[in-house]
Design a protein around this ligand. Structure first.
Ligand code: SF4
Length: 359
């Protein structure tokens, strides 16, 4: 049994999806997340048991809306996708071959069918592959991933198409949502590059993001360059592949076993919480939108007065200051060590403004 299996204990490993893999890149320095994901631990069940249930994810309304919008975009064998490809990429073709591989039974068959279609597509033929399934190795596990559409355009270059239901209004979309979509699409681009062993130029780093235009359901599209997200993802996947170095720093008998009786965890929550706390975390407010563990980690960071809980910009501004208590002490301006004089002066300035505002 591997060390990661031993840490997970009696639970079965959970499968990763692109959203979960993309979230890895949102906090690449967090050992806790690397261990939990590397071991395939069900983070939602853990935090539920600890009393900090995850509160993010799409609402049922958003899921329905996304499903309806995808159906519109893919209708008539991807007519909208082809129109948008023509506009965005100057595709000089009127028609494309359309292959829906979603009917293959079983994930492996669907994956093979996807590879067959992409492998057989003629370079001069524009091809759309609907319901594709690609594979990626994550921390020793093979993960199946389902991009919305893979477009194979006339200059023999593959593009990932991401269909999202948030609107593009007057050419602008919510930057947070675009960024999340870019991280997720980068996972597909990376998986395809790994699978085909191709020159990176063969799978484009420009992803086609299709969204509703303004407040209508009419699809519009833009190209999103995911090179930065690809680099962050590759670093994090490499870190998971070298997870032994993280494991070496953890207690040898560490176990996050929930001791399931059927589907019910029986392990005392306090004991499980203490085991989790033995794995260093780097909580930041961004975790709230990206990781199931966020409320547990935030509570822990607050309890120990960590500056991390206030966000990366505060941590960067107060570089070298270990805790909130230390920052408050420096704000008082007494017995300030020389190395913290500049920060103490700035904190004192903030305090004067605050005092004046309160007065
Ligand atoms: S919520 Fe916790 S485990 Fe998840 S990335 Fe943030 S610090 Fe790491």
């Amino acid at each position: 049994m591997s060390r990661l299996d031993a840490i997970r204990g009696s639970s079965l490993p959970v499968a990763h999806n692109a959203r979960a893999i993309a979230a890895l890149a949102a906090n690449p320095a967090c050992d806790r997340r690397a261990v939990l994901d590397g071991a395939g631990i069900d983070k939602s069940t853990i935090v539920e048991h600890l009393g900090f249930p995850a509160r993010f994810g799409q609402s049922p309304f958003a899921i329905t809306r996304t499903r309806e919008f995808k159906a519109i975009v893919k209708a008539d064998e991807g007519a909208h996708v082809l129109r948008l490809l023509r506009e965005l990429l100057d595709l000089p073709v009127k028609e494309a071959e359309y292959h829906d591989v979603g009917h293959a039974s079983g994930q492996e068959a669907r994956h093979r069918h996807t590879m067959d279609v992409l492998g057989a597509a003629a370079p001069e033929t524009a091809t759309l592959v609907d319901h594709p399934l690609v594979k990626l190795g994550v921390a020793g596990y093979e993960v199946y991933l389902e991009p919305d559409v893979i477009a194979f355009q006339a200059d023999h270059r593959l593009h990932v198409v991401a269909i999202k239901s948030f609107p593009i209004i007057d050419g602008q979309a919510d930057p947070g949502k675009v960024s999340a979509a870019a991280r997720e699409a980068a996972v597909y681009v990376h998986a395809m590059r790994e699978l085909f062993g191709l020159d990176p130029e063969r799978v484009s780093h420009d992803v086609i993001l299709i969204c509703p235009k303004d407040f209508m359901n009419f699809p519009t599209a833009c190209l999103v360059d995911v090179r930065l997200q690809l680099e962050a993802l590759k670093r994090q996947l490499a870190r998971l592949a070298r997870i032994d170095t993280i494991l070496d720093r953890l207690p040898p008998d560490l176990s996050l076993d929930l001791r399931l009786a059927g589907e019910t965890p029986t392990r005392p929550a306090a004991e499980l919480g203490a085991a989790l706390s033995a794995i260093p975390a780097r909580y930041a407010p961004e975790c709230l939108a990206a990781c199931e563990m966020a409320y547990f980690c935030r509570d822990e960071a607050r309890a120990c007065g960590s500056l991390e809980a206030l966000g990366r910009s505060v941590r960067d501004d107060l570089g070298g200051i270990e805790s909130l208590d230390m920052a408050i002490e420096l704000m008082g301006g007494e017995n300030v060590p020389t190395e913290h004089a500049a920060i103490a002066e700035r904190l004192g300035f903030v305090r004067r403004i605050l005092d004046e505002a309160v007065a």
